[in-house]
Design a protein around this ligand. Structure first.
Ligand code: HEC
Length: 194
């Protein structure tokens, strides 16, 4: 047999094989169909997971974002505030002021509390007789009004604090009132609480 003829036969065989697999797939025949289907879905899974950016969990990628972002108040506090003010709300002496038993937290002046959280605070502040001269970066861009209200409500009713809940509308009103601006000093917010 000529080499050319051998090649032609080989090509015909390969084409026949491809057509057969394609036909099996389309007709979903029991044996070949199942085999090629699972091979296809394995390939799909591989592709799908490869397209998920690093650090994003598979669950986060497949679940609707509202479900994933619906965090409870304690978790929001842990993730947004506890690194500095601590899980027990005591802060760290000389560095981070306490939220537990702080008049800035429990006062009826919830607008001031919202302003501190959204825009941050800098310069000296006296909390329960201790002076802190530091900086708290703004958190307004990190969390929406509903989340910030949950956090404010949480810190006002945790540890020894027993103050009323804060509505998301308070945060919306504060953002509306002050717009885009830098950090507050406590003087700009009415001065220190005695
Ligand atoms: C990166 C550290 C850090 C994070 C995170 C942080 N704070 Fe602060 N916070 C501070 C510092 C420092 C001060 C004091 C700033 C100053 O000296 O003017 C402060 C002050 C405050 C005050 C006024 C003083 C007091 O103790 O009552 C409140 C209220 C407050 N923070 C609430 C919060 C809440 C609520 C969160 C989370 C949504 C939060 N902070 C996240 C560092 C932080």
């Amino acid at each position: 047999m000529k080499i050319e003829t051998v090649m032609k036969i080989k090509i015909v065989l390969v084409v026949a094989a491809i057509v057969c697999v394609a036909a099996c797939e389309r007709n979903q025949q029991p044996i070949g169909g199942i085999a090629s289907k699972s091979a296809t879905s394995a390939l799909f899974t591989e592709k799908a997971s490869a397209s998920i950016p690093e650090g994003v969990s598979y669950v986060a990628a497949v679940m609707p974002s509202e479900v994933v972002q619906e965090l409870d108040a304690a978790t929001l506090y842990q993730q947004t505030c506890a690194a500095c003010h601590q899980a027990n709300g005591q802060g760290i002496p000389a560095a981070f002021p306490p939220l537990d038993n702080s008049p800035y937290v429990t006062s009826d002046n919830v607008e001031r509390l919202a302003a501190i959280i959204v825009y941050g605070l800098q310069g000296p502040i006296v909390v329960n007789g201790q002076t802190y001269t530091s900086v708290m970066a703004p958190l307004g861009a990190q969390r929406n009004d509903a989340e910030l209200a949950k956090i404010a409500t949480y810190i006002r009713s945790s540890w020894s604090n027993q103050a009323a809940a804060v509505d998301a509308a308070v945060f919306a009103a504060v953002r509306e009132k002050y717009g885009s601006r830098g950090m507050f000093t406590i003087e700009e917010l009415g001065g220190n609480e005695s």
